[in-house]
Design a protein around this ligand. Structure first.
Ligand SMILES: [Mn+2]
Length: 427
């Protein structure tokens, strides 16, 4: 059939040449593409692409509006959160999701094999999709926090993963619904608070490993002003403090990696407060003696291997020379290679969710920062796939998880001891 079809095309072509008086064509050297194979599907013929083609989803993954389609199942969702009005310095991370997606275009299923892990995360057991963006208002942060909290509840608590637990002997329980895991593309770092609210409901308290040059455990009164409101306490530097106040994260055992920011006042107060929020600190400078291998060992020695781990990566943990596209740069950070190495060593942990935040493409016209962000996402996805389907023993017993959200912000705005009238650094 194929030969016949090819012959008839050649004949037709020869006829066409004669009809137009083209005497320069030589039939014997003509080698047409066999586009007339009747066995070929439209997918065969038109399904291919070059990485710079197509509508830009993360890594060319299939796209579903997961917030709207409540029948969609997935094991790992890519979730964009274009929100940046809780930043204390330069804004712009609302364009992080689109910037990271654009920079991810050379990732795809065809060339997705991660040789360090020995698998192609896009072509393994997990169904991975791009869930699109959460629509978040830039006009009202209180409303934005509500939107994001409701969206993560919808995406994690009301969706199901695809893995068939009833067929798996290795799992202790076989629940009818197992929440998908996800990698969020920020957005400023404040998006972590609504994420942790949802994870508390799914898993109980999670352990946070926080790659960042800053603490982000500051109480809201470390950003003081005479003028205050409920919404102004929710920032990209206070969300971990708020998370501990709300009882969302482990009381102890959380970890910062890559710190180097200046701290407040004339003493160690910020670190004392950080202790109370339940974090251990690994400083950026430690990599000079420990190397990346020693850093990774220190991370793995500290974090529990039988508990739900959340990995939050602020792109400003990388040195500004390698990631200038972010709002609040701090010199003296990791090279991208070192961060990637540390993340790669974390594949043995039970990572239940992750994010890459604070990518602000407008400050990086060369796309270096966005590229780093897309690689971070790829490594996190790889580690989730390599670890395998979620261990369902990590899930919280719904009866034991309090879902009442403490209204800590109300408590704060009534606290008269808060300092007033400090100016923000960009004034
Ligand atoms: Mn941060």
């Amino acid at each position: 059939m194929q030969l016949l079809a090819t012959s008839s095309i050649l004949l037709a072509f020869a006829h066409l040449c004669k009809a137009h008086g083209n005497h320069h064509s030589d039939e014997s050297s003509f080698n047409p593409v066999d586009f007339a194979d009747e066995e070929a599907s439209l997918e065969d013929i038109w399904g291919g692409f070059w990485p710079y083609q197509g509508v830009e989803t993360f890594a060319h993954l299939p796209h579903t509006e997961c917030l709207i389609d409540d029948q969609e199942t997935f094991d790992i969702g890519i979730i964009g959160v274009p929100f940046d009005t809780a930043t204390s310095y330069r804004p712009g991370a609302r364009f992080g999701p689109s910037g990271i997606r654009k920079a991810s275009q050379r990732q795809d299923m065809w060339r997705g094999f991660n040789f360090r892990a020995g698998l192609n995360p896009f072509d393994d057991w997990a169904k991975i999709i791009d869930c699109g963006d959460i629509p978040v208002t830039p006009m009202d942060n209180a409303l934005a926090l509500k939107q994001m909290s409701a969206a993560y509840d919808e995406l994690v608590l009301k969706r199901n993963s695809t893995f068939d637990y009833s067929q798996s002997g290795s799992q202790k329980t076989s629940p009818t619904r197992v929440p998908p895991r996800f990698v969020s593309l920020g957005g400023d770092h404040s998006i972590l608070l609504p994420i942790l609210r949802t994870l508390k409901k799914a898993y109980g308290e999670v352990y946070v490993v926080h790659f960042d040059s800053h603490l982000d455990t500051w109480a809201p009164d470390k950003y003081p002003s005479y003028w205050k409101s409920e919404a102004s306490d929710f920032t990209h530097g206070s969300m971990l403090w708020l998370a501990q106040q709300e009882g969302l994260i482990a009381k102890n055992g959380n970890l910062h990696v890559g710190l180097r920011t200046r701290i407040s006042g004339d003493s160690w107060d910020d670190f004392d407060e950080d202790d109370e929020v339940g974090f251990k600190r690994i400083f950026a400078d430690e990599i000079i003696d420990l190397q990346a291998t020693g850093m990774a060992r220190k991370i793995l020695d500290y974090l529990p291997h039988d508990k739900p781990i959340y990995v939050s990566v602020d792109i400003d943990v990388i040195d500004p020379s390698a990631a200038p596209g972010t709002g609040t740069m701090e010199v003296g950070g990791f090279m991208t290679r070192e961060l990637i190495y540390m993340l790669r060593q974390m594949e043995t942990l039970n990572i239940v969710g992750a994010d890459i935040v604070e990518v602000a493409p407008a400050y990086d016209p060369l796309d270096i920062t966005q590229l780093a962000g897309s690689q971070v996402a790829y490594e996190l996805i790889t580690s989730m796939v390599k670890k395998g389907p979620l261990d369902t023993s990590l899930l919280a017993d719904p009866a034991t998880v309090a879902t009442d959200e403490v209204d800590i912000i109300d408590k704060l705005i009534n606290d008269e001891s808060r300092i007033a009238n400090m100016r923000m650094p960009f004034l």
